[in-house]
Design a protein around this ligand. Sequence first.
Ligand code: MN
Length: 288
Amino acid sequence: MKLCRFNGNCLGVLVGDGVLDVTPALAVIPLQHWPLAQGDPLILNLDAVLERVSELLPTAPRLPLDGLAMDSPVANPGKIVNAPINYRAHIEETSRDAAIAHGRDMTRSISDWGLFLKASSALIGPSEQIRLRFPDRRNDHEVELAVVIGRRCHQVSREAALDYVAGYAIGLDITIRGPELQSFRKSPDTYAVCGPWLVTRDEIPDPGVLDLRLWVNNALRQSANTRQLIYDVPRLIEYASSFYTLHPGDLIFTGTPEGVGPLLPGDRVDAEIAQIGRFSIQVADRYA
Ligand code: MN
């Protein structure tokens, strides 16, 4: 199932080129009182929501996809986990281009670097705009498979890892190039894009075979396949959960392939991942 959040607080299921509006299913999410449970409330209650969705589907109003404002399928992830240098060809381009590496030692691998976090306040859906915080600096696009964690897990093995996935989406890890730590220069507002919907795990039995592509103003900039990941999805879940607990709704951005490059105000970015879908998003100046 392709589950989307749209037009602010609506919930939908993508069917063909339309969206079935199943917003009343959100009523099964219990109200919380402080202190809030760890995890995104929609994903925490996903089984109950999906049960209600299946009851609503036969009579749900159908809306044309065109014209709907798509929000991030996860509204409140506890953390956005990111894999650095996880495709070999991206490591090679980073080693060649001093404007990407900024003096960092690219002979070190993901097992040396570990993972990093983007601020959850950076998260938007494709209906919003990427607002370049410092347009005079280099701001790059990075298309990445985004994994949505479905169940709390800690120290999970790679064999069991996919059991803890709710589903998948397209992620954009927008990045200011420079000397600062990744968690800082990749965390301005709007620098984490997730969309256009959550594809539930049952529809993607193997996340390691997916073509991913990104265009800027219709020019193809990135094209690769997740089979080229150095740490694949199960290994990333194993690795992340060996350091901290993963909660429902936590996002894992799995790393970008080669072809990263600068964005400018006015650009349009199109991102596509096989078995998930595609979205377009506009780039603007922070003050636009
Ligand atoms: Mn990245």
